[in-house]
Design a protein around this ligand. Structure first.
Ligand code: BGC
Length: 894
């Protein structure tokens, strides 16, 4: 008999499954949040289909699923009793393939749980004694700064051989930890931004090898962060609490199984005397290296843990993911040096500069420059976004801040000594964001389209900083729901956002108002909500994640939230089913009278009421809630009927309001009107686009639909024409003005007219990047099949057009890599497609290339993994089994 993890291959055995993950894509997680983790694995390339699986769990729980006849290889439920806090299991999986061959066991994977509830904590919240620091710190420039940073420490002795040490930690505020002088982990702002009144996320670190026998020191920096720092343009402070606090529990196990525990308690001491005078998310950090701590005071210990849920963070924290070198240095004003990274990023600047003792350098940041080369910072509004560093000695200074971040391309250094001649390597751009795994790539033969894809991706990185923010630079940086809703589908193509959004949806459930409305921003710091297109984040994001991943848990978790939202719409729409609502409208529509655009808010209210109800009905069907499905299905039909009648005449023209592209787009995109009417509505849409000389006229809500709807209604040429426009308003317009991220407005800046209205002028706002999904799905042709979510089955349906001669997209799906690419040479088209194991795809070779279709040179009838499903009206439809394919075909009528 072979031992459990033998890698010897028997006759009939096949290679093992690999890339084992639990939950939303976690690889061997430590400090996991879910006591009943679901399991996923990928089949080795070459296997077509799984017909059965067997999972074996060992460690703190023992479980054997036995052979289960199933092709399910993602989100397979855990069938054992729930894991408890700290428990660790190891699991392996085997599969049987389509010809009955059994695979080897996979390499073992592990899951270790964090502390699942407050009961697991014997630590207490501690905070520095503010009485000991009545004056408050003074910054290097003599200005009192509000957001102080405390240093906290605890020394302790360990004796014996340590076999395991786990550090559980969080803050109400932001923290950075050091053990014996070394930073613990690679995370920044690790506990992130949740509504701390309801939920505080905790982190787990394995510090077994970092501890030493004898004396050890834990040292923490503690800042206000989102907890007690200033938030929003209304300048709210201390939204969640007065002073930041730390909670930490170090559990040490020795080789002889004895244990020791070090917790935050009255044995800790704290001071405000450290070198960080202040650090604020919006305003920057003030660091004076001369300040040395002399006096430590006992901390203040809270009497209880509070009522918020304490649970392991269910997603990856923010980390440094890249460092960008400076491209150019200029001196637009005497002794003010501007370093250009060539890319608008989010993070901070790391400086490495020669300094003299007692000198202070000032670092200012900007996304754009004024015409004279100086920094344009007006669009930061009240966010000061300025760092100060004062040197304690003469020599080379290497420094980066701790508890602030900036949205910037340019860094200005001033205050340098008179003879200093800056060099490029004095400044490095440090890129920070939630460290999500990259999941897709899109590239083409068109450089500007590639730039658009880069701009979308950079915008996503910078704005996915623990929560999906609207912008990363001004006095806002909040989880604006509308922005996230429109961008969510695109976001998932570029990065694996499954856990990221799932976590944020948890915060959203906590924040839903008692009447069912969803606040404008999540976490809710505005205490306002109720705008159609924004609120519908509560239905759209769970649904989009389900489509992309196949995870049904995200639907069940959020079902009640969806129902309550729809209930609110219903309460506003009595009688006519046309609710009159306060709304942001089609936000920032170009050429509109005001920022809300011209599409009537009642139109948007009804459209999104129907959209959310439709998602709710579809979700009910998937969850097997048949009565609900029927009942909500009937509600959608009534809303749609009322909507059609109220807003469209028999010829599909909008009535009772200014015609807008967005109105026509949403009516079709959301299937709000019967198909015959859609055809007529599309005619008006096309007319309007023509009147705009093939330009869009859409704001936040209409933009995601424009190319998608034109394409769907048979106007893909027009969709390409809009996509490749160079003039205002268009995606390439901002690129022509030098954009390296997506902008808040279609014309946030132009070479001719300068900067747009300063009150809303972010140069890193991802909403208009929502076009990204169409690049993957239709330009490259890698499209979701809603009937088989998670790419279990998908469509390959590229549009050959525009100035493109080659395109390629790849997506890391739950089953492995799916890819679609095409290239055109004269009248010959090549299509390269990858279908991952355990999935299938349906290829629609473009109609105009339906001559002499071959795969790897062979006629289709001769290829085993390919089945021609039909040839009708010149359209060939081909079913693809897992594998790699190279199709060639010729233009029908050259
Ligand atoms: C944000 C937006 C947001 C909007 C609501 C702005 O301040 O930056 O992106 O959706 O307000 O209208």
């Amino acid at each position: 008999m072979k031992d459990k993890f033998s890698t010897e291959i028997d006759a009939g055995e096949i290679r093992p499954p690999a890339l084992l993950t639990v939950g939303e894509g976690f690889i061997n997680p430590l400090g996991f949040h879910d006591a009943t983790p679901v399991f996923s694995w990928k089949l080795p390339v070459g296997i077509k289909r799984q017909t059965a699986y067997r999972i074996e769990v060992s460690g703190d729980k023992v479980w054997d699923s036995g052979w289960v006849e199933s092709d399910q290889s993602v989100f397979v439920p855990y069938g054992c009793e729930p894991l408890a806090s700290r428990q660790r299991i190891q699991w392996v999986v085997r599969i049987r393939d389509e010809s009955g061959r059994v695979s080897l066991r996979s390499q073992p994977a592990t899951v270790e749980l964090g502390l699942l509830s407050a009961d697991d904590w014997s630590a207490q919240w501690i905070r520095p004694n503010t009485e000991s620091d009545k004056k408050g710190p003074t910054s290097a420039i003599g200005e009192p700064m509000a957001e102080k940073v405390a240093s906290m420490r605890r020394q302790f002795n360990l004796s014996g051989n340590i076999s395991k040490a786990r550090l559980y930690v969080t803050a109400r505020g932001v923290f950075t930890l050091y053990l014996n002088g070394e930073k613990v982990g690679r995370d920044h702002f690790a506990n992130g931004w949740t509504d701390y009144r309801h939920r505080v996320d905790t982190l787990t670190y394995d510090i077994t090898t970092a501890l030493q026998e004898g004396r050890n020191t834990l040292f923490a920096l503690l800042g206000s962060g989102w907890y007690a720092g200033r938030l929003g343009w209304e300048n709210k402070r201390k939204v969640y609490g007065e002073e930041p606090e730390l909670l930490l529990q170090l559990e040490v196990t020795y080789e002889d199984h004895s244990t020791e525990i070090i917790v935050t308690d009255d044995g800790w001491e704290a001071t405000f005397e450290g070198p960080i005078l202040s650090s604020s998310l919006y305003d920057g950090e003030c660091f004076d290296a001369r300040r040395k701590t002399t006096v430590w005071s006992p901390v203040v210990v809270a009497t209880d843990l509070g009522t918020a849920r304490l649970a392991p963070k269910p997603m990856v924290p923010v980390r440094e993911t890249n460092r960008l070198p400076v491209q150019a240095v200029s001196e637009p004003e005497p002794r003010r040096f501007v370093f250009d990274l060539g890319q608008n990023i989010v993070g901070w600047a790391r400086i490495s500069i020669p300094m003299e003792k007692d000198r202070t350098v000032t670092l200012r940041f900007a996304e754009m420059l004024n015409r004279d080369g100086s920094l344009y910072t007006e669009n930061y509004r009240s966010a000061r976004s300025t760092d100060y560093y004062t040197a304690s000695e003469t020599g080379l200074v290497e420094w980066e801040p701790t508890f602030t971040f900036h949205g910037f391309r340019y860094v200005e250094l001033s205050g340098l000594s008179e003879d200093a001649t800056p060099e490029k390597n004095w400044v490095t751009g440090v890129v920070l964001h939630s460290d999500l795994p990259k999941s897709g790539m899109f590239e083409s033969s068109h450089e500007k389209l590639n730039q658009l894809q880069r701009n979308i991706t950079w915008g996503q990185r910078g704005n996915f900083l623990d929560i999906p923010t609207d912008c990363p630079q001004r006095d806002e940086r909040m989880g604006w729901t509308g922005d996230a809703q429109v961008f969510c589908r695109t976001a998932q193509m570029n990065y694996d956002c499954h856990a990221f959004f799932k976590s944020w949806l948890g915060t959203m459930r906590d924040a839903q108002f008692s009447d069912g409305r969803i606040p404008h921003v999540i976490p809710d710091v505005l205490t306002r909500g109720g705008s159609p297109g924004w609120m519908d984040v509560a239905t759209i994001i769970p649904w989009e994640i389900y489509l992309h991943t196949g995870d049904t848990q995200i639907l069940s978790e959020n079902y009640r939230m969806m129902e309550r939202l729809v209930g609110w719409y219903r309460s506003q729409a009595t009688g006519s089913l046309i609710p009159e609502l306060e709304a942001f409208g089609d936000w920032l529509q170009p050429f509109a009278e005001n920022m809300k655009g011209d599409t009537p808010t009642s139109f948007l209210g009804t459209a999104f009421y129907a959209k959310s109800t439709q998602i709710l009905a579809d979700t009910a069907t998937i969850l097997g809630r048949n009565d609900d499905a029927q009942h909500y299905g009937a509600e959608v039909s009534s809303i749609k009927a009322a909507f059609s009648k109220h807003y469209f005449d028999a010829e599909g023209k909008l009535r009772g309001g200014v015609e807008t592209q967005t109105a026509y787009l949403l009516a079709i995109d959301f299937d709000l009107i019967p198909f015959e009417l859609q055809v007529k509505v599309a005619y008006h849409l096309v007319r309007m686009v023509g009147e705009a000389e093939d330009h869009l006229r859409t704001g936040f809500l209409g933009t995601p639909s424009i190319v998608r709807v034109l394409d769907r209604m048979g106007y893909s040429k027009l969709a390409y024409s809009i996509l490749f426009q160079e003039t205002y308003p268009s995606w390439f317009y901002s690129i022509n003005q030098g954009a390296t991220t997506l902008w808040e407005r279609w014309n946030s800046y132009s070479h001719e007219e300068g900067f747009g209205p300063v009150s809303m002028n972010s140069f890193n706002h991802y909403a208009y990047g929502a076009v990204g999904e169409w690049l993957y799905e239709r330009v490259a042709g890698l499209a979701i099949d809603p009937a088989h979510p998670g790419y279990k089955h998908f469509f390959v349906k590229p549009i050959i057009g525009g100035p493109l001669t080659a395109v390629r997209a790849e997506l890391e799906t739950g089953y492995g890599k799916a890819a679609s690419g095409w290239s055109l040479e004269g009248d010959a088209l090549r299509l390269a497609i990858t279908v991952p194991p355990n999935t299938s795809a349906t290829l629609y070779p473009p109609k105009e290339f339906s001559k002499d279709i071959r795969e790897s040179g062979k006629l289709l009838d001769l290829v085993v993994s390919v089945e021609v499903l039909k040839v009708a009206d010149g359209q060939t439809v081909v079913r693809l089994e897992p594998g790699q394919f190279l199709f060639t075909c010729k233009r029908t009528n050259p």
